[in-house]
Design a protein around this ligand. Structure first.
Ligand SMILES: *[C@@H]1O[C@H](CO)[C@@H](O)[C@H](O)[C@H]1NC(C)=O
Ligand SMILES: *[C@@H]1O[C@H](CO)[C@@H](O)[C@H](O)[C@H]1NC(C)=O
Ligand SMILES: *[C@@H]1O[C@H](CO)[C@@H](O)[C@H](O)[C@H]1NC(C)=O
Ligand SMILES: *[C@@H]1O[C@H](CO)[C@@H](O)[C@H](O)[C@H]1NC(C)=O
Ligand SMILES: *[C@@H]1O[C@H](CO)[C@@H](O)[C@H](O)[C@H]1NC(C)=O
Ligand SMILES: *[C@@H]1O[C@H](CO)[C@@H](O)[C@H](O)[C@H]1NC(C)=O
Ligand SMILES: *[C@@H]1O[C@H](CO)[C@@H](O)[C@H](O)[C@H]1NC(C)=O
Ligand SMILES: [Cu+2]
Length: 224
């Protein structure tokens, strides 16, 4: 009886702490210059994990009006910058950069490498054309195409670097495939969901998984 009570309360604690992680593939082994997906809806508290395919890409935040330039050049916001992520074709590890979404203000992102920004390596988190119909991903990409420079930020900011096994990223699967992972090896995929615009997200339990294990062990001990 005690086992049941403790196990159930452990499970409810665990699900209350589950975090939604949206996975974005940065580039592709076939050389496609794009983020996949290039538009996603994320709530405050969600995480977005960028997984870098071979080449040497970045994730850099800009304003809407100045694509291909760090947001810090045009506002007092430092913004997200992953730094350059060189990956060889034969790499067995996929570098990741994971950011936490703190609000639903649209976040405009691009790759700072060469002319990747101009060539379509751009995306948005929380596009809001209801607030301003001009600020669509399509319009952002059209502006980026005509940008005369593509600049990187100074040093990485507002995210956390990591690495996952390349085989776990499913690089040849569909853009909406989910691949759960984080810096903590105890994380595991437990469920998935599709957001309004079709992006897949994965719920993971962070290090609380260890707490759950501890509580279950306690439950077993009391039961016996
Ligand atoms: C390259 O791979 C991506 C998936 O990673 C796929 O969506 C795209 O269609 C491929 N492009 C070409 C030209 O094969
Ligand atoms: C940053 O700029 C915004 C508007 O551009 C302003 O509301 C805010 O107070 C500024 N923050 C700081 C710390 O200067
Ligand atoms: C990645 O690209 C940056 C910017 O172009 C460059 O400075 C860096 O040397 C590149 N890294 C590798 C390993 O090619
Ligand atoms: C909507 O966005 C466009 C492009 O950034 C901008 O020029 C315009 O002033 C914005 N409109 C409003 C009402 O903020
Ligand atoms: C969100 O807030 C956390 C905590 O203040 C901060 O570490 C993180 O960099 C923020 N995320 C972004 C994308 O700015
Ligand atoms: C983003 O990073 C900068 C530089 O590290 C930091 O000053 C700023 O507070 C961070 N932004 C958020 C929302 O945490
Ligand atoms: C899945 O996402 C939709 C749209 O954001 C939401 O309404 C729904 O409650 C979610 N379902 C689950 C099981 O999280
Ligand atoms: Cu790139």
């Amino acid at each position: 009886m005690q086992f049941t009570t403790i196990a159930l309360s452990a499970l409810s604690v665990s699900s209350a702490l589950a975090t939604t992680v949206h996975v974005v593939k940065v580039g592709s082994a076939n050389g496609t210059l794009a983020y996949s997906p290039n538009s996603l809806v994320a709530a405050a508290g969600d995480m977005v994990q960028f997984q870098f395919a071979p080449a040497n890409h970045t994730v850099t935040q800009s304003t809407f009006d100045q694509p291909c330039q760090p947001i810090s050049l045009h506002s007092n916001v430092t913004g997200v910058f992953s730094g350059f992520m060189p990956v060889t074709a034969s790499a067995t590890e996929t570098p990741t950069y994971t950011i936490m979404i703190n609000n639903t203000t649209p976040m405009w992102l691009y790759c700072s490498q060469a002319s990747h920004c101009q060539k379509g390596m751009t995306m948005v988190i929380n596009e809001n054309i209801k607030a301003n119909a001009s600020r669509s991903l399509e319009a952002f990409q059209a502006l980026a195409k005509t940008a005369t420079v593509n600049l990187a930020a100074g040093s990485s900011s507002n995210g956390t670097s990591g690495e996952i096994s390349a085989s776990s990223t499913g690089s040849s699967s569909s853009p909406s495939s989910t691949s759960s992972s984080s810096s903590s090896s105890s994380s595991s995929s437990s469920s998935s969901n599709s957001t309004a615009n079709g992006n897949a997200a994965t719920a993971i339990k962070p290090s609380e998984a260890l707490t759950l294990g501890g509580l279950l062990a306690l439950g077993v001990a009391l039961f016996l």
